[in-house]
Design a protein around this ligand. Sequence first.
Ligand code: MEV
Length: 430
Amino acid sequence: MTTGSRIPGFYRLSIAERRQAIAERAGLELEELIATVRNAGLSTTTADKVVENVIGVYGLPFGIALNVVVNSVERLVPMVVEEPSVIAAASNAARMVRETGGFDAEMLEDLMIAQVQLFDVPSPVHACEKLKQAGPALLQLAEQAVPGLVARGGGPRGLEVRNLGDGAVVLHLLVDCVDAMGANLCNTIAEAIGPTVAELTEGTLGLRILSNLSDRRRVRVTCRVRAESLALRASTDTTRDGLSVARGIEQASRFAELDPYRATTHNKGIMNGVDAVVLATGNDFRAVEAGAHAFAAKSGVYRPLATWRAVKDELHGQLELPLALGTVGGTLRVHPIARLSLELMGITEARDLAMTVACAGLASNLAALRALATEGIQRGHMSLHARSVATAAGATGDEVERVAERLSERGDVTLDAASQELSRIRDVSP
Ligand code: MEV
């Protein structure tokens, strides 16, 4: 088996050749891979069991980001995304990072938060004290609610009490959900301990639900890129030009650090990579999005999740964000492509998934900032966009590239222009 996540010229292969290359790299049977990705991976019958009022399934492109190395392990990274250039850009950035050994990632904490709300608490300070004293008993009660999780080595690990004022008290149960995303586990625990918590505080029991600000389940990723790798290909003095690109990326980072308007777009670029892998693995992207943006605003000002600095002849980047992801349960039970995605990455543990997802986020951010700090985003974006517009106009096979090229030359990437160019090509073709 050929190993590794570097496959030069992958984008030039046909879909059949790509499938074969990926099956070989991942040590999977080609027929199995083909059968899994066929028909968007999900039958209407299965979809009907997952949500309500189903009338079909909705397909999205499923591709592989290459070149990713996480903590010295090669990973083929599956992505589901409708935006052109996201997969190519992440692969490109990951190639630069692998030249210095790849991404370094760590799980800073690995606990989910289950919340129990109490209101109309007559003596909140006293109630908080009582809850803290009852900690061991509450943890025991919580454990009894999730015996399966405890058997798998997880379970409640601690508790925190917050006095929100105005008679409102909230209890946080910190839960190690092991390889589950943990929403159901947290909700089960919160509901199980709720009545006892209310009794102890003499307040009224309110909500019992996980918090999607999963800031106790965080990943940090760092990477280094040689300045010369950042230079644009056309340049003659790659080291000097690379340094100016590194400084440009640092300035882009500083812009986001100073301005929430820019920080939002900067973080959107990170989420391009994050969400694509989260979706490919059947995880809850709304939860990840909500958590990431709340974390970005936790200081009271919305901040960039990733920052970059030019350091001597290198560019250093770092990203920290909450990631509540699972490698068991949820959509994974029913979606064959979600399971295939984990197999392609060689991942079974949720923490490895979280670290790889964060790397995809940092790679996407790097690619976007490099483009923005140099020639701008539109050139690369438009040539890829041109292919999807050409397809939308009805181009097939070779026609797609030919129409896309003409649209890029015209600088007019619209459906009308694509239809005109397609007619011209067909008129002159025998
Ligand atoms: C587009 O999907 C993402 C970017 O806008 C991100 C950024 O501006 O950093 C290019």
